[in-house]
Design a protein around this ligand. Structure first.
Ligand SMILES: Nc1ncnc2c1ncn2[C@@H]1O[C@H](COP(=O)(O)OP(=O)(O)OP(=O)(O)O)[C@@H](O)[C@H]1O
Ligand SMILES: N[C@@H](CCO)C(=O)O
Length: 304
């Protein structure tokens, strides 16, 4: 019998909610596992081509981290991993892989950790909760993290909230996109960003989508990351004039998230994004997606 864990992509920050706000998107990482005489790791499909097929695989390392946390060894396993989430694009591929690993190891070891403890461990491993919390819980999540414990609050997405995601063909690692950020900020930039993050969260919670364009402004990370993402400044400045409710760098980038009203056509927004891509010589894909509301799922049985 096989255990299957499926975890959605996520878009972190939503502009000003750096390291604390994110939403879940319906592209999935799927992990299937069963007992085996010895460890076998099989990455499947084009997205995971080139990822390690041994104990150094990120998913297996996540499983080992949970086993160490609870002081219990993992049995030998056969793991199959596949993913629809492009790597290092700002769509939470590492968070989905980690959450899948922790849920799988927890199931194999008879659930030693609760869901809140799993979120704490995932947040400690990633360093912030804004991808792992929506990956686990689905929907939109705001979360604090003190270095040990995360406090999430899940927000049910407004019914008509959709995402248009521009996914460039190039990779940008989160580590590199964090290196370009300053260590210190002016009080004015801190107040600007905190107030806009609070308004973004309140707008999402109350369904005031008309406030998002003004609310999703940030002075903490996007201005510093813009040189790494051709076209970002133009998209942030112009998406609202082409039907977007708000726009932001997705996670650490280079993907860009535009929120839209699903009752409205996204034709003008796509035309605008394609025009920016052409001006910048940028190749990539545009996807219209609903939000994922269910979060991670675990089905099947390990063993037997
Ligand atoms: N399913 C997977 N199997 C193996 N390694 C993976 C998998 N998913 C992600 N990774 C590893 O995580 C790296 C990407 O992590 P990174 O934090 O840089 O970007 P991201 O998670 O895609 O984007 P962001 O954190 O900005 O949303 C990949 O280059 C790869 O090493
Ligand atoms: N908040 C994180 C998300 C990406 O992992 C960042 O922007 O660096």
């Amino acid at each position: 019998m096989t255990l299957e864990v499926r975890v959605p992509a996520s878009s972190a920050n939503l502009g000003p909610g750096f390291d604390c706000l994110g939403l879940s998107l319906p592209l999935y990482t799927t992990l299937r596992l069963r007992p085996a005489p010895q460890l076998t790791v099989v990455p499947q499909g084009a997205v995971l081509a080139g990822t390690p097929a041994d104990e150094s695989n990120y998913v297996y390392r996540g499983m080992v981290a949970l086993a160490q946390e609870v002081g219990r060894p993992l049995p030998p396993l056969h793991l199959e991993i596949e993913s629809e989430i492009p790597l290092a694009r700002g769509l939470g591929s590492s968070a989905a892989a980690l959450v899948a690993a922790l849920l799988a190891a927890n199931a194999v070891l008879d659930e030693p950790l609760s869901r809140p403890e799993l979120l704490d461990l995932a947040s400690r491993t990633e360093g912030h909760p804004d991808n792992v919390a929506p990956a686990l819980l689905g929907g939109i999540v705001v979360a604090t993290f003190d270095g040990q414990r995360a406090q999430p609050l899940r927000i049910e997405p407004p019914a008509n909230l959709g995402a248009t995601v521009l996914i460039p063909d190039f990779e940008l690692s989160t580590a590199e996109a964090r290196r370009v950020m300053p260590q210190h900020y002016s009080r004015a930039d801190a107040v600007f960003t905190a107030s806009h993050a609070a308004l973004t969260t309140a707008a999402l919670l109350s369904g005031r989508l008309d406030l998002l364009a003004g609310a999703m402004q940030d002075r903490l990370h996007q201005p510093y990351r813009a040189p790494l993402v051709p076209g970002l400044e133009n998209i942030l400045a112009g998406a609202g004039d082409h039907g977007a409710l708000g726009a932001a760098l997705s996670g650490a980038g280079p993907a860009v998230l535009c929120l839209h009203d699903t009752a409205q056509s996204t034709e003008a927004l796509h035309a605008f994004l394609r025009q920016v891509m052409a001006e910048e010589g940028l190749s990539g894909q545009l996807l219209d997606l609903p939000l994922d509301r269910a979060g991670a799922s675990v089905t099947g049985i390990f063993g037997g």
